[in-house]
Design a protein around this ligand. Sequence first.
Ligand SMILES: Cc1cc2nc3c(=O)[nH]c(=O)nc-3n(C[C@H](O)[C@H](O)[C@H](O)COP(=O)(O)OP(=O)(O)OC[C@H]3O[C@@H](n4cnc5c(N)ncnc54)[C@H](O)[C@@H]3O)c2cc1C
Ligand SMILES: *[C@@H]1O[C@H](CO)[C@@H](O)[C@H](O)[C@H]1NC(C)=O
Ligand SMILES: *[C@@H]1O[C@H](CO)[C@@H](O)[C@H](O)[C@H]1NC(C)=O
Ligand SMILES: *[C@@H]1O[C@H](CO)[C@@H](O)[C@H](O)[C@H]1NC(C)=O
Ligand SMILES: *[C@@H]1O[C@H](CO)[C@@H](O)[C@H](O)[C@H]1NC(C)=O
Ligand SMILES: *[C@@H]1O[C@H](CO)[C@@H](O)[C@H](O)[C@H]1NC(C)=O
Length: 410
Amino acid sequence: MAAQPENVIIVGGSLAGLFCGLVFKHLGHNVRIFERSPSALLQSQGAGIVFGPPAQEYFAKHVNVNHPLSITSYMRQTLDRSGHPINQDRRQQKMVSWDLLYFVMRACFDGLETTYCEVPPKNPRDGNAKYLYSRKVTNLTEKSDGLLQVEFEDQDGKNGVEVADMVLAADGPGSTIRELLLPEVKRKYAGYVAWRGTLLESEATQELKDTFVNNFTFFHGPGTQIVAYLIPGKNGSLDQDSRLINWVWYCNYDQNSQEYKDLMTDIDGHFHHFTLPIGKMKPNLWVQQKKHAINVLPPQFAKLVNDTEQAFVQVITDVMSPKVSFFDDRLHLIGDAIAGFRPHTVASTSQAAYDSLLLERMMKGEMTEKQMQGEMMRYARQVAEIGVQMGNRSQFESLKAAIQPNTMAL
Ligand SMILES: Cc1cc2nc3c(=O)[nH]c(=O)nc-3n(C[C@H](O)[C@H](O)[C@H](O)COP(=O)(O)OP(=O)(O)OC[C@H]3O[C@@H](n4cnc5c(N)ncnc54)[C@H](O)[C@@H]3O)c2cc1C
Ligand SMILES: *[C@@H]1O[C@H](CO)[C@@H](O)[C@H](O)[C@H]1NC(C)=O
Ligand SMILES: *[C@@H]1O[C@H](CO)[C@@H](O)[C@H](O)[C@H]1NC(C)=O
Ligand SMILES: *[C@@H]1O[C@H](CO)[C@@H](O)[C@H](O)[C@H]1NC(C)=O
Ligand SMILES: *[C@@H]1O[C@H](CO)[C@@H](O)[C@H](O)[C@H]1NC(C)=O
Ligand SMILES: *[C@@H]1O[C@H](CO)[C@@H](O)[C@H](O)[C@H]1NC(C)=O
């Protein structure tokens, strides 16, 4: 491969794209991110992310902004149906929000100014970094001179073409690049969805604060599991009044059922395959789900769901690429494009950070190309397997077999 690619194109400008984009910028390469969205990605879902060790390592190494990122919980606990803790484990965990990580990364990568943080000063050794919106990549081919040609469609459906020495596909679990190269690899429905929402800490009752602040809290019931933890609020604020209590409630649905079709069809009649965005849910379904919460969840969780204004739904899927590198190692899949995990593993952001750190070591000659690929696949397979086990047990097996939260060590 070209050991020092001058021009790198990254397909997908979410966390994996930004993590490896910043690595390559710091190594002095010229990097362009092609993102299909027409503007900065803010689906204002403001939802939570667990800030795992690889992500912490990545931020310590590459991100120099004057803003605290995460909130710490001090205990993992499982509640019984009546709301009493049946299992408490003093273990710290750090949590952050997706939007805070995204905008901090934008400040570092291409100097985007927002209310989230200040833009750090430029380093003269850095390469150029550009974040280009409205570039939906549609094809990738190898040219006779060995360069990779990336084809894309802009907002008006016009086609464009650019070439690069190296391409990184960070285009998520439904990766277009992976689909072009390995069409046989498909996302598979896991049998359940996650209902997700947040409640402002300042709007929570004292009972809710007592339960959820400082704790990472679980409940397992037959065919259901819910988790709650605190995350930063608007503008990445960590102030007590601005923080959010974030919850993720897994519920089983038969994908062929009318109930499922109804759930994933929005107020405008559009059916969504993977995410029903916030603000698009039919109000009667949300009212019904809140009633369901009162019937099956411990009182604190039922109240948390009931007091949440809006929810969104994320369909849980599994997908795994059998390999990460193509075209004589000039194209690499990164992050969710390699493996889309079950959220129980809380490892998707960690995977994006881990893969980016591996790429950096490979580029610096600290590991070989083959070692890097092997390690990316080992991580992906190991976490995916744990995720399937955790999800299957909590959604489809008896309560006794429900996995203990303290095995979530990733
Ligand atoms: C808007 C948004 C909000 C999210 N919020 C959360 C959250 O609250 N909690 C959580 O745990 N995870 C969240 N995720 C997922 C999380 O970012 C990932 O699981 C993880 O960080 C690894 O990300 P990734 O960059 O590999 O994939 P993804 O985050 O899925 O990003 C893929 C990116 O590629 C772009 N893309 C896809 N196809 C093309 C194409 N053909 N051409 C150009 N661009 C393309 C997408 O628009 C997207 O920006 C969110 C993702 C997005 C995009
Ligand atoms: C991608 O480009 C190749 C080479 O031009 C072509 O054969 C192929 O059909 C294209 N694929 C798509 C999905 O457009
Ligand atoms: C949650 O955390 C607090 C400490 O912040 C603790 O006192 C409390 O017992 C924990 N659990 C519950 C169920 O309230
Ligand atoms: C976020 O920042 C903007 C701009 O400074 C401000 O108008 C807004 O009130 C802030 N929101 C919160 C919740 O702090
Ligand atoms: C749930 O919220 C509704 C209003 O949105 C309220 O009438 C009801 O009392 C709440 N139930 C509980 C258990 O808090
Ligand atoms: C998980 O569940 C799926 C679907 O029910 C099944 O195909 C798979 O074998 C299960 N895997 C494990 C590891 O339990």
